[in-house]
Write a protein that binds this ligand. Structure first.
Ligand SMILES: NC(=O)c1ccc[n+]([C@@H]2O[C@H](COP(=O)([O-])OP(=O)(O)OC[C@H]3O[C@@H](n4cnc5c(N)ncnc54)[C@H](OP(=O)(O)O)[C@@H]3O)[C@@H](O)[C@H]2O)c1
Length: 176
């Protein structure tokens, strides 16, 4: 099981807009298809995210993770959470539950920065994938300081998307 992100970041390095929305929502051309999320999620078995990232999905018209296992790191189960979603406050226990349910599948770690750092610090993050949104935002949340700056990164691949966004995927170098 590999755990991989595809975090969207603006050209000036913000993963959220100044109002706290994911950076890709600042792009009028954004869609899960144009940003490669539909293809990517066909290659994974489950999604993993922090409670702050999960909660807004509960109000969306369409459930974003059809057919995928959903694992949420959080101290409580938000109201309206579907029964099949696993919520746990302990990241190690959540990892064990993901491994048991999806031993052969990969996991899309959706975010946000605090949850990315939690699994990176446990040595469980395999790939830091970014999608550079062709926009300048001027403010918002950055990956740092949540994610440690001594994270070792080795370029795996890059890919220009049709709408001007660019996918950059780095393997996390793990210490022996
Ligand atoms: N650009 C993108 O691609 C992208 C993707 C996802 C999210 N985002 C943005 O990121 C922002 C949210 O990021 P975030 O870092 O603030 O929040 P987050 O990682 O989504 O969720 C944080 C919550 O996860 C739980 N958590 C995290 N680490 C934990 C640990 N070590 N132990 C126990 N629980 C832990 C806690 O839940 P409890 O409070 O319940 O204890 C914490 O409040 C939002 O603005 C969202 O729009 C952007």
């Amino acid at each position: 099981m590999r755990i991989m992100t595809r975090l969207c970041t603006s050209i000036d390095g913000y993963v959220t807009t100044p109002q706290g929305w994911p950076a890709q929502l600042a792009d009028p051309d954004f869609s899960p298809e144009t940003y490669g999320f539909v293809d990517f999620q066909q290659r994974v078995s489950a999604v993993l995210m922090g409670r702050a990232t999960f909660e807004p999905a509960l109000g969306s018209e369409r459930w974003p993770w059809q057919d995928l296992g959903v694992f949420v790191l959080g101290s409580h189960r938000p109201e309206g959470t579907p029964d099949h979603v696993v919520v746990d406050s302990d990241p190690t226990r959540l990892l064990e539950q993901m491994r048991a349910a999806h031993p052969d599948g990969d996991v899309h770690l959706v975010g946000g920065p605090r949850t990315v750092e939690t699994f990176r610090a446990l040595g469980a993050l395999d790939q830091l994938g970014l999608i550079v949104v062709p926009r300048l935002l001027g403010g918002g949340t950055q990956l740092t300081p949540a994610v440690q700056t001594d994270t070792g990164l080795k370029l795996s691949h890059h890919n220009a998307l049709p709408n001007g966004a660019v996918e950059l995927v780095y393997d996390i170098e793990k210490s022996a």
